[in-house]
Design a protein around this ligand. Structure first.
Ligand code: ADP
Ligand code: ADP
Length: 228
């Protein structure tokens, strides 16, 4: 589902954030991306949804070569990928329902389909009863659950999460992990950058460690491997 070959990324300031990355991730995998701050984790995953473009090398997602697609095709690619952020990025003036429905409204799904799908995903994250609340009325964990609902409402085959538990307490982080576990069990690929040692060492999955823009480790059921 994801193939990167000799991917190199140099930012305009001269920093090399990806220095020859070659990796293959299959449909249905759950992958943790770990490594020290500044190692290049975010750059690695941002290139997968074309938030950043590689300087050289190939990135193929679901058969689409990102190096070859035109800018106007990027929204089409993004619809096939759900993205979850550490700081949720919910729209503050929209309620929970509207935040989740938004992704379907832009692709002009019928109101009936939108209603059904939004309620399905809100149910999956356990927040159907808060559909009319606004993001500021929710706890951090609830906001993250809404952002996960938003990420999957288009039914993407790939969900990318950049430190999704970074702002949450341990119990809430585990609740969030259970939702990702459920989504993955339905066949969706999950790529998650994380600093959460306890989660990585307990809920075992493939671990890719990035250091200095390179893959330092790639293990089927690896450990977090750093002190913090
Ligand atoms: P991580 O997610 O592991 O903390 P990043 O991918 O964010 O690492 O950053 C890798 C390196 O690239 C760091 O040295 C960072 O300062 C640099 N970097 C990240 N984004 C940019 C940018 N937009 N412009 C310039 N340098 C950047
Ligand atoms: P948690 O401890 O799970 O992070 P909180 O203590 O922040 O949760 O919130 C508990 C409940 O109160 C949640 O269901 C949340 O929706 C509700 N809540 C939190 N803050 C507000 C607020 N400012 N207005 C309305 N409801 C709120």
């Amino acid at each position: 589902m994801i193939q990167m070959k000799d991917v190199y990324k140099k930012y305009p300031n001269g920093i090399v954030a990806a220095n020859g990355i070659t990796v293959d991730i299959k449909q249905g995998e759950f992958v943790y991306v770990v490594g020290p701050s500044g190692a290049g984790k975010s750059t690695f995953i941002k290139m997968m949804y074309r938030e950043e473009k590689p300087t050289s090398g190939d990135i193929i997602i679901n058969g689409i070569n990102l190096a070859k697609i035109k800018s106007k095709k990027v929204p089409l690619l993004r619809r096939q990928i759900g993205v979850v952020f550490q700081d949720f990025k919910l729209l503050p003036r929209m309620n929970v329902y509207e935040n989740v429905a938004f992704a379907l409204e832009v692709i002009e799904e019928s109101p009936k389909v939108i209603r059904k799908r939004v309620m399905e995903v809100l149910d999956l994250v356990g927040l159907k009863h808060k559909a009319r609340m606004f993001p500021t009325e929710l706890s951090g964990g609830e906001q993250q659950r809404i952002s996960i609902a938003r990420s999957i409402v288009n039914r993407p085959k790939l969900v990318i999460a950049d430190e999704p538990t970074g702002n949450l307490d341990p119990d809430t982080s585990w609740e969030i992990m259970n939702i990702f576990k459920e989504i993955n069990s339905r066949g969706t690929t999950i790529i998650m950058a994380t600093h959460n040692k306890e989660i990585v060492n307990t809920l075992k999955h493939r671990v890719i460690a990035v250091e200095g823009g390179m893959i330092a480790r790639d293990e089927a059921e690896g450990d977090y491997g750093y002190e913090i």
